[in-house]
Structures are given as structure tokens and as C-alpha cells.
Design a protein around this ligand. Structure first.
Ligand SMILES: NC(=O)c1ccc[n+]([C@@H]2O[C@H](COP(=O)([O-])OP(=O)(O)OC[C@H]3O[C@@H](n4cnc5c(N)ncnc54)[C@H](OP(=O)(O)O)[C@@H]3O)[C@@H](O)[C@H]2O)c1
Length: 337
């Protein structure tokens, strides 16, 4: 039986302009393993339980079924539209002139909504890979990052913001050098930036860079994405739920290590968006951030566990002449061309 979690116990964070965003959300990327029907059913269950932030994207291929569930949830009086915070993202093949509006129109039709709360540029590249492709897949049309091309997309994002179709416009998979290049050009600044964040990949520089500028980080793969697509698995990848520091804290609290990852992130000021279609897991995830916070020494021990281990390396987005996945992430502090 679903036991609803008291909304007043769920953390939230302020956004520019005074509104608040829930401090934890539900991911909806089925990792090519879970069907759209399973994911959308989880969205319905999660909202009934108390989740108010749902992280969607057109490329996840399930917004139409999620829309059906949202509609049923509103009609059943479980929640009102304005109580939810719905994210969606424009995919890389929709960066051309007019495409952002088209993409958002389809998302709104699929989700059966009049607006999204946050609309993200999913990746700062036009480089497209087919859903379900393997790690060696490359698109010959792929190119390196271009400030002009990105700003073309952002101007379209600013239009949909002004039209009220997205309450906030946001970025994802950015680096500090790319942000340094584009932020001064933005008429409307991003409210949120989605980035990979988990104990073995904490990105302290990027995280702090965003926080300092009033941009709220959202952390994807918060549990270390154990079921991520095979293309995103590489030898040497760290398993967050097996990190000795995480396991030690889990033992002390008698909880699953996954929940330690989430508690640590919420207390760090990040918004994790863990995914699961299993009620036992998504209920435990929400519940975990409402009680028994980690102590300062526990927080510090997990901060020390960082291994700089990026899981979503993005190699399928590489362009002709790129040396390796590191080129996507501007590791030496310059935008790699
Ligand atoms: N912006 C981007 O480019 C980007 C990239 C990647 C992801 N995302 C977003 O971030 C979301 C989360 O990332 P993710 O799904 O890759 O990784 P994740 O949330 O770190 O990991 C999800 C996996 O963790 C397991 N899990 C969840 N709760 C658990 C618990 N309490 N105990 C044990 N295991 C648990 C689930 O296993 P079971 O399936 O067995 O329950 C699930 O398959 C995505 O769904 C998507 O919305 C965004």
C-alpha cells in the first residue's frame, strides 16, 4: 500500500525569482532497459507517494505515456498542475532554427501540459546518436562545440521563456569553459544546470561555479546509475554503492548505500533525480531525504571519497578528429575544438 509522504518534510530549494523547487525528483530515463509503460506507471506511483519533481526528456521516448499518467493524476485529484515541477529537454537533433519551439510543442502535446517548469538544452552539441546505439556508434555529421551554434539554440530557448511555455530555461552537460563563453551572452540566465553527480564523481569546481552564480545544480546518475546502458559502461568505472565510505555510513544508519548517496547530495545542496520503476526503491529514496540527516563527519568522509569517475562519458557525441571522450569535457580548462 502506498503511504503518502508529508510534503512539509520534503526539502526544497529557492530559485531565482523566489519560487521553490523540490529537493529531490524522479528520473524517467529507462536506460533502454525499462519500457515506457513501466516508467510512466512509476511516475504515477511516485506522485501519489509525494514526488513533485519529474525529470523528463523527449529522447527518453516515454513523454506520451507519462502525459497520460499526469492527466489521470490531475483528473483523480491527486495533485494540481501547479504543485508539480516538470522538466523536459530538447534533444540534439532539434537545434536548428525553429526546432526548439517544435520540440517543445511536441513535448507539451505528449505530456498534455500547457507549460513545462524547466526546459533544458540536453547537450551543448547538435551531435545526434540514435536511441539504443552502442558505444562505438559515431555520426559523421558531428562537430565540436560552437558558441554561435549554442547561442542560436539559447535565443530560441529565450523565446519560449518569454512566451511562458517554460517557467525556467536551463542547460545540461556543460563545462566551466563553455559556461564562461556563453553566460555573458545570455539575456535570460539558466536557472538550473543538470550534471552528473554522485559520490565518486562530485565535480566540485563546476558545482561551486554554478552555486556562486545562483544556478541550481541538479544531479543525474545520483546512485551511480547501476543499470545504465552498456555503451556507458567502461572498465574501471567505480560502483558508488560499494565505496567503503558509503558502505560504512549505510551500515551505521542501517540503510541501503543508495540512500546514503541521496542523503549526501541533498545535504550538499544538490537536487538528485534518482530513477527506479520499483515502488520499494523510489519510495525509500524519497523517504530517505526526509529524516535522519548525515552528521558532519559522515558528510566529510563521503566528500573525501570522490574518484573523479565520470560514468556518462558521451563518446557517441564525438566528432571527426576528436581524440577521445575527454574532449567533450574541456578537461584542461579550454573548449576543445
Ligand atoms: N541530463 C542528462 O544528460 C542526463 C543523463 C543521465 C540521466 N539523466 C536523468 O537522471 C536520472 C537518474 O539517472 P540514472 O537513471 O542514470 O541513474 P541512477 O538514478 O543513479 O540509478 C538508477 C538505478 O538505481 C537503482 N536504484 C534506485 N533506487 C534504489 C534504491 N533505493 N536501492 C537500490 N537501488 C536503487 C535502480 O535500480 P532498479 O531499476 O533495480 O530499481 C535504477 O535502475 C535519469 O533517469 C534521467 O532522468 C539525465
Amino acid at each position: 500500500m502506498t503511504i503518502e509522504i508529508d510534503q512539509t518534510t520534503i526539502p526544497s530549494l529557492p530559485l531565482a525569482g523566489g519560487a521553490r523547487i523540490p529537493g529531490i525528483g524522479l528520473g524517467t530515463f529507462g536506460s533502454d532497459r525499462y519500457s515506457a509503460a513501466e516508467v510512466s506507471a512509476a511516475v504515477g506511483g511516485a506522485i501519489r507517494l509525494g514526488y513533485r519533481l519529474i525529470d523528463c526528456a523527449s529522447v527518453y521516448g516515454n513523454e506520451d505515456l507519462i502525459g497520460r499518467v499526469l492527466d489521470e493524476t490531475f483528473k483523480a485529484g491527486v495533485v494540481k498542475r501547479e504543485e508539480l515541477f516538470i522538466n523536459s529537454k530538447v534533444w540534439n537533433d532539434m537545434h536548428g532554427r525553429g526546432d526548439v519551439l517544435l520540440s517543445l510543442a511536441k513535448t507539451l502535446r505528449d505530456l498534455r501540459l500547457d507549460y513545462v517548469d524547466a526546459y533544458f538544452v540536453h547537450w551543448p552539441f547538435t551531435n545526434y546518436h540514435a536511441p539504443g546505439c552502442d558505444g562505438d556508434a559515431r555520426n559523421p555529421d558531428s562537430t565540436s562545440f560552437s558558441v554561435d551554434r549554442f547561442m542560436g539554440v539559447w535565443r530560441e530557448m529565450e523565446k519560449i521563456y518569454r512566451l511562458g511555455l517554460a517557467k525556467y530555461i536551463c542547460m545540461s552537460n556543460m563545462t566551466i569553459p563553455k559556461l564562461e563563453a556563453v553566460l555573458p551572452l545570455c539575456a535570460v540566465k539558466p536557472a538550473l544546470i543538470e550534471m552528473e553527480l554522485h559520490p565518486s564523481f562530485q565535480q566540485p569546481e563546476l558545482f561551486n561555479y554554478c552555486v556562486k552564480r545562483g544556478i541550481q545544480p541538479i544531479g543525474y546518475c545520483p546512485i551511480g546509475s547501476p543499470n545504465r546502458p552498456d555503451r556507458d559502461k567502461a572498465p574501471g568505472d567505480v560502483v558508488d554503492t560499494e565505496l567503503p565510505e558509503v558502505v560504512a555510513v549505510a551500515k551505521a544508519h542501517n540503510i541501503h548505500p543508495a540512500l546514503v548517496c541521496l542523503k549526501w547530495q541533498v545535504q550538499r545542496g544538490c537536487i538528485p533525480i534518482p530513477f527506479s520503476v520499483h515502488e520499494k526503491n523510489y519510495a525509500a529514496n524519497l523517504h530517505s531525504v526526509t529524516e535522519y540527516p548525515l552528521g558532519p563527519a559522515e558528510m566529510a568522509s563521503i566528500t573525501m571519497a570522490d574518484k573523479n569517475c565520470r560514468l556518462v562519458k558521451g563518446q557517441v557525441f564525438l566528432w571527426e578528429g576528436a581524440k577521445g571522450w575527454e574532449d567533450l569535457w574541456d578537461i584542461d580548462g579550454n573548449i576543445v575544438q
